[in-house]
Design a protein around this ligand. Structure first.
Ligand code: PMV
Length: 335
């Protein structure tokens, strides 16, 4: 059985632990899956049971600033607040435990995150991706993109996809050591493609995605069907992206999200991330589509929705969803 430490050893075996840049800093965008990851072939290494496809959220994400400190424990500052003794600090410590080096090193890690935590907005994806990017700068490891993706995955599966901007595909891989499970860029720039964040709930979710996945795998009679479907759906979604076929992509992404949530609902007891507001918004999206507006939704492990549309419909979308935050993934960054 391979461990996270084995993965780190494999990737960092010939690397230096000399600090080359004080207060090393790095930014990683959050990402929204269009073809979802829900289920693992290996829980220790966060190896997914199916490939997934996402869009990175440009300037919505996390900046990590990291330095070593002489103290015997790590120090965390998240959005200007000291964080200690809770599940967030425990998870960050566990991740940093993988990167102590030969003479155990502790860190001060500051995170500036501009999306709500744990409300199904992939905050863990950008956080773990930004940390590994910052460590890579701190020690000047010059890791390759796929190596960074593998190391980000050890923090949170979806973080594997947050190493890059644009459309990204995360291969499930087949190796037991997981060294073939990393994300790569889908080579396309689709300037008109927009994502709208409909955030109506910022409370932390009751069931984490880790627990939710485990519970679905263990108890849903449809889990095997989901895995089979998700494997095929990811390929179809990728090809709709490559063809820039928006209607097909929207339909496929919406069905993919609905199928993932149906699978969770079939777990025992069911996992339900939607609230009445989620259902009302879904209804509204469907009604608007009947009037000819090309808008689709996707939903992750939380009640909030993300809308998919093209920039030509931006004004109508703003009129119908007053609090929407619009991201143009290909505008804010140079790819
Ligand atoms: O990487 P995690 O443990 O945060 O899981 C992500 C799960 C979903 O957001 C629901 C789907 C996905 O592919 O991002």
């Amino acid at each position: 059985m391979f461990t996270k430490n084995d993965t780190v050893k494999c990737i960092l075996h010939n690397k230096n632990w000399k600090i080359t840049e004080k207060n090393a800093q790095a930014y990683a965008p959050s990402n929204i899956a269009l073809a979802k990851y829900w289920g693992k072939r290996n829980a220790e290494l966060n190896l997914p049971a199916n490939p997934s496809v996402s869009i990175s959220l440009a300037d919505k994400g996390a900046t990590a600033i990291i330095n070593t400190i002489p103290d015997p424990q790590d120090k965390f500052i998240i959005n200007q607040k000291n964080v200690f003794g809770n599940k967030h600090s425990a998870r960050l410590t566990q991740y940093l435990d993988l990167f102590r080096g030969p003479k155990p090193q502790f860190y001060q890690l500051e995170l500036q995150v501009n999306i709500p935590f744990a409300a199904g907005l992939a905050s863990s994806a950008c956080i773990f991706a930004s940390i590994i990017l910052a460590l890579n700068n701190l020690y000047a490891w010059q890791l390759k993109t796929h190596e960074l993706s593998i190391l980000a995955r050890l923090g949170s599966g979806s973080a594997a996809r947050s190493i890059q901007h644009g459309f990204v595909e995360w291969d499930k891989g087949i190796r037991d050591d997981g060294l073939d499970s990393f994300a790569t860029l889908i080579p396309i720039r689709w300037s008109e493609f927009c994502v709208g964040l409909c955030i109506f709930e910022t409370k932390e979710k009751a069931v984490s995605s880790r627990e939710g996945m485990q519970h679905t795998e263990a108890t849903s009679p449809f889990y095997a069907d989901w895995v089979e479907y998700a494997n095929q759906s990811a390929g179809e979604i990728k090809s709709a992206i490559l063809q820039q076929d928006f209607l097909r992509l929207g339909e496929l992404a919406e069905t993919n999200a609905a199928t993932m949530h149906s699978t969770m609902l079939s777990a025992n007891p069911p996992i339900r991330y939607h609230t009445q507001q989620t259902l009302d918004h879904i209804q509204q999206v469907k009604k608007l589509r009947q009037t000819g507006l090309k808008v689709f939704y996707t939903q992750d492990a939380g009640p909030n929705l993300k809308l998919l549309f093209l920039s030509s419909d931006m004004e109508s979308i703003k009129q119908h969803f007053s609090n929407i935050e619009i991201i143009q993934p290909f505008h804010a960054v140079s790819l």
